[in-house]
Design a protein around this ligand. Structure first.
Ligand SMILES: Nc1ncnc2c1ncn2[C@@H]1O[C@H](COP(=O)(O)OP(=O)(O)OP(=O)(O)O)[C@@H](O)[C@H]1O
Length: 336
């Protein structure tokens, strides 16, 4: 197994100029390992450190500690050696608004010593061929996003880093982005994808890293991460939908983690179904259906990062989980 990206113990602390706001540990010993040829999902709640990690990798900000390697080279020290083999779309890229997409890409191709023919290839790949002679300022959000991906593909990178690539894309565009990413992976490009659309990540990624408050909380092949955390998800329906709030309270008090949906409850932390039926019957609440369900990536994510919405509460941005440490659940690690 060859690692395309290796991060160990990455630290980044932002220091505010205002003394009152002090410092913020954005990355607190973060580890990551991405295997060659994979589509790897990078997931975490808002403010958990994803963009900080990507910006640090690309040499846009300096880390305070830890070790990073891209395509086998230490970064930031050797970044200039590998920069030509890494394409990235991180945050909203800026384009000259009065340029057409074709002119913009031609300019970038000339600057990057890329053959001019490649401009047509990438325009075709991202679906902008027929609109390429229009000015960028007339483009929709999704069209700008496609243009950004086209510019990252110009150099035929070995590693493509995409921060929220589905941002602004319509459903058809999301599907096209999915097949573009899969095709790239099949032709040998490794893709690192950060996204909040977890169903999408589950569909296209081979492996994932989940970050919470600057530390890794899970990593490995998608099916292993799901299997490791899916044992105890239970869907419960009651005879009377109106009883759901009371049932939710009783189960929460008994220590279950409960998510209230309009017509059922989802529970985790259940060892035996009888624990639930007995408890609810004790409150005069009768179960009409109890089903063990395979957790999807979204429910695993919500549980691992402790960001399940609680009824009546507004969760604050930094209210998520900071783990002590995570043992290797599958593949990965330095020298693995
Ligand atoms: N320039 C900065 N100065 C101070 N704090 C910062 C700065 N940039 C990021 N942070 C803080 O670092 C933490 C991590 O932010 P980061 O942008 O890496 O999160 P993220 O996982 O990319 O979030 P999102 O999903 O919302 O894009 C947050 O608490 C954020 O407020």
């Amino acid at each position: 197994m060859t690692a395309v990206l290796e991060i160990e113990g990455l630290q980044k602390t932002y220091r505010s100029r205002s003394r009152r706001r002090g410092t913020r540990n954005a990355l607190d010993g973060f580890d990551m390992w991405v295997e060659a040829g994979q589509v790897h999902g990078f997931l975490g709640p808002n403010g958990s450190g994803k963009t900080t990690t990507l910006r640090t990798l690309l040499g846009l900000i300096r880390p305070d500690g830890g070790r990073m390697r891209l395509l086998g080279h230490e970064v930031p020290a050797d970044l200039s050696t590998v920069a030509g083999q890494v394409g990235a779309v991180v945050e909203s890229p800026q384009f000259f608004p009065h340029f057409t997409a074709r002119d913009m890409l031609s300019l970038l191709a000339t600057a990057g010593e890329v053959r001019s023919h490649r401009v047509d290839e990438v325009l075709e790949l991202v679906g902008l061929r027929d609109r390429s002679r229009e000015r960028v300022k007339t483009y929709s959000l999704g069209m700008k996003q496609r243009l950004a991906v086209a510019s990252a593909l110009l150099k035929e990178p070995r590693l493509l880093i995409l921060d929220e690539p589905a941002n602004g894309l319509d459903p058809g565009g999301i599907r096209e982005m999915r097949s573009l990413v899969r095709n790239l992976a099949e032709s040998g490009t490794t893709v690192l994808l950060s996204s909040h659309i977890l169903a999408e990540i589950q569909l296209i990624c081979d492996s994932v890293t989940i970050i919470s408050l600057g530390r890794r909380v899970a990593f490995g092949p998608v099916e292993k991460v799901l299997a490791a955390h899916s044992a105890s998800a239970v869907r419960v329906r009651l005879e009377r939908v109106a009883d759901l709030p009371e049932a939710s309270e009783a189960l929460t008090r008994a220590g279950f983690r409960v998510t209230r949906e309009p017509d059922h409850l989802m529970l985790t932390g259940v060892e035996e179904a009888a624990m639930v039926t007995r408890l609810l019957a004790g409150h005069g609440l009768y179960v009409s259906e109890l089903v063990w369900v395979d957790a999807d990536l979204e429910s695993v994510f919500l549980e691992l990062t402790a960001t399940v919405p609680a009824p009546g509460q507004s969760r604050q941005v930094d209210q998520s989980v900071r783990p002590a440490a995570v043992g290797p659940s599958s593949t990965g690690g330095w020298g693995a």
